[in-house]
Design a binder for this molecule. Structure first.
Ligand code: ADP
Length: 368
């Protein structure tokens, strides 16, 4: 098949890497000629947010998909009308692209998500303190999100269309990845716990399976069912969740694509999120997702104070550890906070897993 991906980053790269064992032609569209997918696909340099560029790229492909959500959905909808298969459906990408539409979608479909107010400008803000302001568009990796705690903080409100959301008293941040095929059959991966780095606001560790009660599992199952029923689209979705201190689960946001919270599935599960997503876009039987014991992932991000050609310190020591797997994304240039790769580990217990992740974190650094 001729498969086109909007975006040429690491998610696309790991998808293609997994799927090269099947026989397909891979095409990617990215503004950067040396994007992570460039070495393993036919990369077209161009903007995935430009209508004509996406139309030209999509023509003649059997299927077009995404590895980033900030794409031109009008073009995707028109490609669909011309008979190109587009996964996920452009309508769900459009909803997810805008925080305001996304929150309205959860409300409409009775998917539990923290209470909120929609504002077009700062003058409209009347939501009780404390709350989280989330810009309608343009936010990612913690940018475009700020906590407003006090009366005094109100002066920092961004003057732009946003969602003001109740500040949740978070016990754990969780994620569930669900794949849905064209017949509407779905399969989930075990729930993952995400441990964030408070400074960078970038995901730091994933731990799978999450340590949660049966009751919490059940809430997540219900949410997943409601989401897939409402989205009405094939694809692979990562639903990011908050478990609050009272044991209630809330949806934070959903990504309509492969996700950082599923990277440990590369070695931690019978099949990875990449294999599963490949099967969705090519309409093959969905894969089993059983976990091999405990698995975890550590993001390798550019260290503070280093910018330029990337140099990885400590990788050899990491490679000496058992059941430890390095994945680099083929980015030559590092800068503070840039996601450069990740390391997956397997373990027989949660304690062993945490110990290994903490040890590895102390061993590796991405410098220049
Ligand atoms: P992004 O799209 O940039 O990842 P998120 O909406 O996921 O932004 O927010 C980033 C982080 O901010 C979350 O992982 C969580 O730690 C915190 N956060 C977001 N919304 C809330 C909320 N309603 N209550 C408490 N913390 C929140």
């Amino acid at each position: 098949m001729k498969i086109g991906i909007l975006g040429g980053g690491q998610l696309g790269r790991m998808l293609i890497q997994e799927a090269l064992k099947y026989d397909d032609e891979w095409y990617t569209l990215d503004p950067q000629a040396d994007a992570p997918c460039s070495a393993i696909s036919n990369l077209t340099q161009g903007s995935f947010s430009d209508y004509q560029t996406v139309m030209d790229f999509g023509q003649g492909k059997d299927v077009v998909t995404i590895e980033i959500e900030h794409v031109n959905t009008d073009a995707l909808a028109d490609l669909q009308k011309k008979g190109v298969k587009v996964i996920p459906d452009p309508s769900i990408i459009r909803i997810i692209q805008q925080k305001i539409l996304q929150k309205a979608f959860y409300l409409q479909h009775q998917i539990p998500s923290p209470d909120f107010q929609i504002i077009q400008n700062r003058e409209e803000a009347s939501f009780p303190l404390p709350f989280v302001q989330k810009l309608n568009t343009g936010g990612y990796d913690g940018k475009g999100v700020q906590v407003i705690r006090t009366q005094d903080d109100l002066k920092n409100l961004w003057d732009a269309p946003s969602v003001l959301e109740k500040l949740v008293d978070i016990d754990k941040e969780l994620s569930v990845i669900v794949a849905v095929n064209e017949e509407g059959v779905s399969r989930t991966f075990p729930v993952t716990e995400m441990v964030a780095d408070p400074k960078l606001n970038l995901l730091d560790f994933n731990i799978c399976p999450a340590q949660i009660s049966q009751e919490v599992q059940q809430q997540i199952l219900e949410i997943t069912k409601k989401f897939t029923a409402a989205a009405q689209s094939p694809g692979l979705f990562a639903i990011e969740l908050f478990l609050d201190r009272e044991g209630k689960v809330w949806v934070n946001e959903t990504a309509p694509r492969l996700h950082n919270s599923g990277h440990q599935s590369q070695e931690g599960n019978a099949n990875s999120q990449f294999e599963q997503f490949y099967r969705v876009i090519t309409d093959l039987p969905l894969a089993d997702t059983d976990a091999f014991g405990f698995s975890g992932m550590l993001n390798l991000v550019g260290a503070d104070g280093f910018e330029g050609k990337a140099r990885y310190e400590g990788l050899e020591e990491v490679l000496r550890l058992p059941k430890t797997y390095i994945h680099l994304y083929g980015k030559t240039q590092t800068k503070p906070g840039r996601k450069m790769g990740h390391i997956n580990v397997l373990a027989d217990s949660r304690d062993e897993l945490m110990g290994k992740l903490i040890l590895i974190k102390s061993l590796v650094q991405v410098k220049s």
